[in-house]
Design a protein. Structure first.
Length: 199
């Protein structure tokens, strides 16, 4: 690897687990930013801005680093669905998603704090939910407790049983980090997970 340190601007255990798949040494630092949407901001604009701002927040103190920023929202009919944080809100979200199509927008920013250049993309992933009964929703939430997940499910766990179909270029983006796009960005910065010098 080059002298730049690789930093994941996130406290998410799901993103750390995904990044571990690439076999690279990295640090995780949680960015402290306001994630509130701006007036009239579209879902795509919101996740793109937050990925960049998360990376820039870490770059303020890390001056020789490649910093990965990412954000995700779920969208139904152009309405943003956020993390539920509690059981009742999660039930409401799954009732709303039942039998419908939900699009997940996952942003990815790779920021070079040495030259202040960045790469940014947004990966959409669409999930078609099965029609869900109240009993299924309740049982799912009690078993998995996905209260810190946008859309109230974990696709890498029991959440897969809620779906009729899934459509997108990279299933990792649904979990929270588009690894195909990230690998391309890293290679643009001279970091290849398949090189002999990689971990």
């Amino acid at each position: 690897m080059p002298e730049n340190t690789l930093i994941l601007a996130s406290s998410s255990p799901y993103r750390r687990e995904l990044l571990n798949k690439l076999g690279l040494d990295f640090e995780s630092i949680s960015p402290d930013i306001d994630e509130s949407p701006l007036p009239d901001e579209t879902p795509s604009e919101l996740v793109g801005r937050l990925a960049l701002e998360k990376a820039q927040a870490i770059a303020a103190t890390q001056h020789q680093a490649l910093i990965i920023g990412s954000d995700q929202v779920a969208v139904i009919d152009d309405i943003i669905i956020t993390k539920p944080h509690n059981h009742e809100k999660a039930k409401d979200q799954l009732r709303h998603a039942s039998g419908r199509e939900v699009t997940f927008l996952t942003s990815l920013c790779l920021y070079n704090s040495q030259n202040h250049q960045h790469q940014l993309t947004i990966a959409p992933y669409t999930v078609n939910f099965l029609p869900l009964s109240e009993e299924q929703i309740e049982n799912y939430l009690l078993k998995e407790k996905p209260y810190n997940c946008a859309g109230s499910f974990k696709s890498e766990g029991l959440g897969i049983t809620l779906f009729a179909s899934m459509h997108g270029d990279d299933p990792n983006s649904l979990v929270g980090l588009p690894l195909i796009a990230l690998t391309k960005m890293l290679r643009n910065e001279g970091v290849d997970p398949l090189s002999a010098s990689a971990k």
